[in-house]
Design a protein around this ligand. Structure first.
Ligand code: 5AD
Length: 342
């Protein structure tokens, strides 16, 4: 293992075989330590915050793992008004956030006109605007970019196409790949990512995922453990692979030393200190949720996702205290991807 880590530290590259060896290791502490040191050397101690707004839980898709899938009839659906979204953006800017992330299910109510208007308003608050609203046409992506959107998050979910088509019925892996390509070509900073611990997902497939991030040359990468939701077809699955997800994240840091990697909410959900552990194993970004509590409860991708106490993990006080507790500092500026030589 030490030899593989040395190679990664010197070359920022690993073979498929070497990645599998790291993923299968019993004691991953040296891997996490190596990822933490790459993060420190490349990016320093700054942690960047992104204010997350979950503005609609309507979704036209039916992904088998996801709590807001179309066929989940138990879920009450909500959609914020454009005015509410803009007000939240304003609030985020007042609180000192430099980035807002607009996330939703694939909700066609928000058409190009409505969304471009929202983006235009948000840009007036001197914010970087990140969209996370799923698969759209190239023309739509272009319209949002021209309205001022800076970044886009679209997880590939898995690079195993067979698994993807089983878990996302009616969707096309190639279309998702096309979306990522369009977003890159249109000049977005592009974030992708996967879930870890999906049923029948192998270590080999996870190694493919990591090499895919490298090949796509992502600017951001969100990696989280799959957590089964009781009102989905995958309710009885195991999932909850915290340690394995952490390994995937750490190896991604080794291969892409300067990208932005969030400590994901799914990690925090599975472990009391999950977020802090991630921040010390390669991550450098936190995405506090600023959606109002009533809606947040309904954006239930997986159980126990939403923490709705005033002093919970999403409160700015908690986040700042955590950053300080591990000797890190709050990043200034927008915190976009700055490419470094390595
Ligand atoms: N467990 C963990 N992550 C999930 N996501 C969706 N459903 C689940 C689940 N049950 C992730 C997907 C999606 C992101 C917004 O949330 O990767 O891209």
């Amino acid at each position: 293992m030490q030899k593989i880590l040395e190679k990664a530290l010197h070359t920022a590259s690993l073979s498929h075989e070497e990645i599998i060896t790291l993923l299968g290791s019993q004691d991953a502490a040296p891997l996490f330590k190596a990822a933490d040191s790459v993060r420190r050397q490349t990016l320093g101690d700054e942690i960047y915050l992104r204010a997350l707004i979950e503005f609609s839980n309507f979704c036209r898709n039916n992904c088998c793992y996801c709590g807001i899938r179309r066929d989940n009839k138990k879920l009450n659906r909500y959609r914020l008004t454009p005015e509410q979204i803009i007000a939240l953006g304003n609030q985020a800017a007042q609180q000192g956030f430099k980035t807002v992330v607009l996330q939703s299910g694939e909700d066609v109510w928000f058409d190009v006109k409505i969304l471009t208007d929202i983006i235009t308003e948000l840009k007036k608050f001197d914010l970087a605007v990140t969209l996370s609203i799923g698969e759209k046409s190239r023309e739509e992506y272009l319209a949002y970019r021209q309205a001022g959107a800076d970044r886009y998050l679209l997880r590939i979910e898995t690079t195993d196409q067979e698994l993807y088509h089983r878990l996302d019925p009616g969707m096309s892996w190639h279309n998702r790949r096309r979306c990522l390509q369009d977003l890159k070509e249109l000049g977005y900073e592009v974030g992708s990512g996967v879930m870890v611990g999906l049923p029948e997902q192998s270590l080999s497939s996870l190694a493919d995922d990591i090499l895919f991030f490298k090949e796509l040359d992502v600017d951001m990468c969100g990696i989280g453990p799959f957590i089964p939701h009781p009102d989905t077809p995958l309710a009885a699955c195991e999932g909850r692979a915290f340690e394995l997800a952490l390994k995937v994240m750490a190896i991604t840091r080794l291969l892409l030393p300067d990208i932005n990697i969030p400590a994901t909410t799914a990690m925090e959900t599975l472990r009391p200190q999950g977020r802090l552990i991630a921040l010390q194993s390669g991550a450098n970004v936190i995405m506090p949720n600023i959606t109002n509590f009533e809606c947040r409860k309904l954006y239930e991708l997986y159980p126990n996702k939403a923490k709705t106490q005033d002093n919970g993990p999403d409160s700015l006080t908690t986040v700042l205290a955590e950053i300080k507790s591990i000797g890190r500092i709050l990043g200034k500026g927008y915190g976009g991807h700055r490419r470094k030589k390595y």
